[in-house]
Ligand binder design. Structure first.
Ligand code: ADP
Ligand code: MG
Length: 261
């Protein structure tokens, strides 16, 4: 798998007016890589994921996506902040949905889904419907379903954004466990700096909209024991670097420039 975005511009038409959501975006993603996009609200993060997924067409620039690998038909799959699950399906059927789409026989897909649910502490919940689960459990099932679907590329749009921090930490562990076993390439959108550093190989910082990539920080902390490194010098150095860029490029940066001028 490889993904190369070159000089992308993405625009929306709103009542005859053109709104530029992203402009001059360039980055690449290699097989097995986990990258995060972080940036102020409205800077175009969701637009970026929808463009990579092929739902939106850039008005300038190009996206080169070479699937290679993943048995999910070379697809790109988005996990949303909430409500990714089908409300009329049980937890087990939701988790197995991607396998069903691939034509895996009922017995085999139910077994694979049940094993995965058990690994992630959801045993006994297989026959529940999504409305019977906590928000954290729902997102856990959505993440499990995404990995079981085995797409070529996984796109995650603030999947833990509405969870309390203990639940968020637990979900981050689930995600890293699933990612470590599959090395599925992931583009993860978050507005949480710690989360971006903790999960990623690289963090791309976007400016206020129309979003541009204003910084790209490689996370060189070892994967093993990364949770223990959040107070390390390297973690704090990265965090302060990203926070400084966000403060400079974040909301109202243009007014700040005007004041400075
Ligand atoms: P983020 O996910 O970073 O908060 P979005 O990608 O949702 O940002 O939005 C980027 C910009 O594009 C915003 O100015 C938003 O108002 C605009 N936008 C998003 N979706 C649409 C749409 N469907 N039609 C028109 N404008 C949109
Ligand atoms: Mg968004």
């Amino acid at each position: 798998m490889s993904l190369i975005c070159r000089d992308l511009r993405v625009e929306y038409e709103v009542r005859g007016k053109t709104v530029t959501a992203l402009d001059g975006i360039s980055f690449h993603l290699e097989a097995g890589e986990f990258i995060s996009l972080i940036g102020p609200s409205g800077c175009g993060k969701t637009t970026m994921l929808r463009t990579i997924a092929g739902f939106l067409k850039p008005s300038r620039g190009s996206i080169e996506f070479t699937p290679n690998g993943g048995s999910g038909g070379g697809g790109r799959l988005i996990v949303y902040q909430e409500d990714s699950l089908f409300p009329w399906m049980t937890v087990l059927d939701n988790a197995a949905f991607g396998l069903e789409m691939k034509g895996v026989p009922r017995g085999a897909r139910r077994q694979a889904a049940a094993e995965m649910l058990e690994r992630h502490g959801l045993q006994g919940r297989e026959d529940c419907y999504p409305y019977q689960l906590s928000a954290g459990m729902k997102q856990r099932v959505a993440v499990i379903r995404a990995f079981l679907s085995d797409p070529a590329l996984l796109l995650m749009d603030e999947p833990f954004g509405s969870l309390d921090s203990p639940t968020r930490f637990a979900l981050q562990e689930d995600l890293l466990d699933l990612w470590g076993r599959s090395l599925k390439p992931v583009v993860f959108v978050t507005h949480d700096v710690d989360e971006a550093i903790y999960l990623s190989d690289r963090v791309l910082v976007l400016s206020e909209g129309p979003g541009r990539v204003v910084d790209e920080a490689a996370v060189t902390l070892p994967r093993e024991g990364r949770r223990d490194s959040i107070l390390s010098e390297e973690f704090l150095r990265l965090k302060s670097r990203i926070m400084r860029v966000l403060a400079r490029e974040g909301p109202h940066s243009k007014q700040k420039e005007n004041h400075a001028a």
